[in-house]
Design a protein around this ligand. Structure first.
Ligand SMILES: [Zn+2]
Length: 180
């Protein structure tokens, strides 16, 4: 067994399923699962294959096709030509990476906003000031001269930073994974 065998293919698929589920609903998630477990889904056989209406399945397939996650093909089964959709595994990797990076960007913006909106509070009268004002007052309360202390939310900042770090690790792992 080669040491550089892709260990993340399963992970990649489970992440993709979560993202697809959130974007396009539970049926889209089920369809993706079906495509992962089977070679393809045939237009002509949707009704008997999936547990939801073929119209809906077609709409979902169209959306997944727009994302390049599925690609159309044809196969001949016995005397019938079937119009099929296959999972596009390399595109799945790109899709997951793009979504994770987008989520990471949003968190960065959030983090920046939180860090910039630092609030200072007077220890004595509890009046609150924005950083600029606190700075202008020399970090002393203009009412009683007490020291102004930072009261931003370090726990939530740490949490966001933690999530960003985890996303970074995940993104790096996926980028190193050979796709299909
Ligand atoms: Zn005060």
């Amino acid at each position: 067994m080669a040491q550089n065998e892709p260990p993340l293919e399963e992970d990649l698929l489970s992440i993709a399923k979560v993202i697809i589920g959130k974007l396009y609903g539970e049926h889209a998630r089920a369809l993706l699962e079906h495509l992962a477990e089977n070679d393809y889904v045939a237009e002509e056989k949707i009704a008997g294959t999936l547990e939801f209406r073929s119209n809906e399945a077609r709409k979902i397939l169209q959306k997944l096709s727009d994302e390049a996650i599925v690609i159309p093909d044809k196969v001949r089964v016995e005397n019938e030509v079937l119009h099929i959709w296959r999972l596009n595994k390399p595109a799945l990797k790109t899709f997951v990476l793009n979504r994770l990076k987008r989520a990471r960007e949003k968190l960065e913006v959030l983090l920046k906003g939180e860090s910039e909106n630092v609030i200072y509070e007077c220890r004595s009268c509890r009046r609150r000031f924005l950083l600029d004002d606190a700075y202008a007052y020399g970090f002393q309360c203009p009412h009683d001269g007490e020291v102004l202390v930072e009261v931003n939310n370090p726990t939530s900042l740490r949490t966001v930073k933690g999530i960003i770090k985890k996303l970074d690790i995940l993104i790096l792992r996926i980028e190193r994974t050979k796709s299909a």
